[in-house]
Design a protein around this ligand. Structure first.
Ligand code: SF4
Length: 197
């Protein structure tokens, strides 16, 4: 008998059917993959963590913060000065100011004709620079003595008195040439290892 306003009583059969449905729903839900509570972590790590080597980090910092020592000896020096001025602006490479003290410099740019009278000063200043240090020979005169190679008074190449890392040819080389030489110094620094040093 049904009483108005009340749900009809379920039969034992219907109760079994409902129970079976709930069990089936639970069973299906239990087979779904469980959501990983740390799912967000992978994307976060990929966004915020860089893996690198000590060598790479040190070399990257060194190559982007070179302190150049200006060693202008003749006409090539004007192109070196122009390289530092606003048009070519080597501050873009972290080389804001030319240093006048070897103690504050790690790249010596020798631009111009080196006379034997000047050679001891070039060597002394190179030796006063702290390690690590690099040298650029800028222009034909610094590379090999250039036009004055046969002269009694001219050093036939900077590498006769100090080790040279990069040679920038030309008489004189343009600022773009010197910038290319500086980029080669960067590449050389990036290939170095503090362990081997
Ligand atoms: S290479 Fe040419 S421009 Fe440079 S110092 Fe020698 S003569 Fe002068």
């Amino acid at each position: 008998m049904e009483i108005e306003g009340h749900e009809p009583a379920l039969s034992a059969w219907n109760i079994d059917v409902l129970e079976g449905k709930r069990i089936e729903e639970l069973r299906v839900a239990s087979q779904q993959p469980i959501a990983d509570p740390d799912n967000w972590l992978g994307a976060e790590l990929r966004r915020n963590i860089l893996l690198t080597t000590v060598d790479y980090a040190v070399n990257w910092a060194r190559s982007r913060s070179i302190f150049p020592l200006m060693f202008g000896l003749a006409c090539c020096a004007f192109e070196m000065i122009a390289t530092a001025a606003s048009r070519f602006d080597i501050a873009r490479f972290g080389m804001d100011i030319f240093r006048w003290s070897p103690r504050q410099a790690d790249l010596m740019i020798v631009a111009g004709t080196i006379t034997w009278k000047m050679a001891p000063a070039v060597k002394l200043i190179y030796e006063q620079m702290a390690e690590p240090k690099w040298v650029i020979a800028m222009g034909a005169c610094a590379i090999s003595g250039g036009t004055f190679r046969e002269s009694y008074s001219v050093v036939p190449g900077l590498n006769r008195i100090v080790p040279v890392d990069v040679y920038v040819p030309g008489c004189p080389p343009r600022p773009e040439g010197l910038i290319h030489g500086i980029r080669l110094i960067h590449r050389k620094i990036m290939s170095e290892s503090i362990g081997k040093r």
